[in-house]
Design a protein around this ligand. Structure first.
Ligand code: DX5
Ligand code: ZN
Length: 217
């Protein structure tokens, strides 16, 4: 079964506690927390303070997706806020290997996110250092966008790279995941499905999480 990671970006921030409790009680596996700085992406979301509050509502894995420049400046703050995994963008890191070492030395799982334009081969020499590859299936910055179909082929390429290298990396797909396309994403080799809009704009978010979890069953 896939791991399901609801993205809080689409939650109601006036009722954050309610939405966190819903995820905590649901079949979801991870909390996906999208941090945006208005520089790496054209939007600003939230930072360590909000994540610290979310942390108090759950014992589930908190998967923090940094869409920020200079992530090394903030890794410690996110660790202190309670992140279990920290994902940095390939495109934002001049010294990606060093970034991953920093994250692991702080005791967190190390993730690398790649934008839709970045080819999978850019991960070849770093794949064995990665715990999670977050493959963007939309251009990062906003929830509720359409899934980019070319991603399916990239998932297959990434799966092949992981198998041939013996890397333990999980494949996480982020952006535009729906009940309709989830099966083809998983069939291509994905392990983790991030979903924001699909969950929070549905009439019964908890049932939608369950439907995603049981995709194809
Ligand atoms: C996009 C974020 C995603 C986003 C997913 O920049 O990284 O996590 O919130 O939202 P949906 O599922 O609505 O595309
Ligand atoms: Zn994300």
């Amino acid at each position: 079964m896939p791991l399901i990671a609801p993205s809080l970006l689409s939650a109601n921030f006036l009722h954050l506690n309610r939405d966190c409790e819903m995820i905590d009680k649901s079949e979801a596996d991870w909390f996906h927390l999208d941090v945006m700085d208005g520089r790496f992406v054209p939007n600003i979301s939230f930072g360590p303070m909000i994540i610290g509050f979310i942390r108090k509502t759950t014992r589930k894995y908190c998967d923090v997706h940094l869409m920020i420049e200079e992530p090394e400046k903030y890794a410690e703050a996110f660790k202190e806020a309670g992140a279990d995994g920290l994902t940095v963008h390939l495109e934002a890191c001049k010294h990606l290997h060093r970034n991953l070492q920093q994250i692991k030395s702080l005791g967190m799982k190390a993730g690398v996110a790649i934008n839709p334009h970045s080819p999978v081969c850019l991960l070849t020499d770093i794949i064995n250092q990665i715990d999670t590859v977050c493959m963007m299936s939309v251009n990062p910055g906003f929830g509720g966008q359409q899934f980019i179909p070319e991603t399916i082929n990239k998932i297959k390429q990434l799966k092949a790279l992981i198998l041939s290298s013996g890397s333990p990396a999980l494949i996480e797909i982020d952006g535009g995941v729906t009940l309709e396309n989830a099966k083809s994403i998983l069939d291509a080799g994905a392990d983790v499905l991030v979903a924001g809009n699909t969950i929070f704009k549905s009439p019964d978010p908890s049932a939608t999480i369950s439907a995603l979890k049981n995709t194809g069953r």
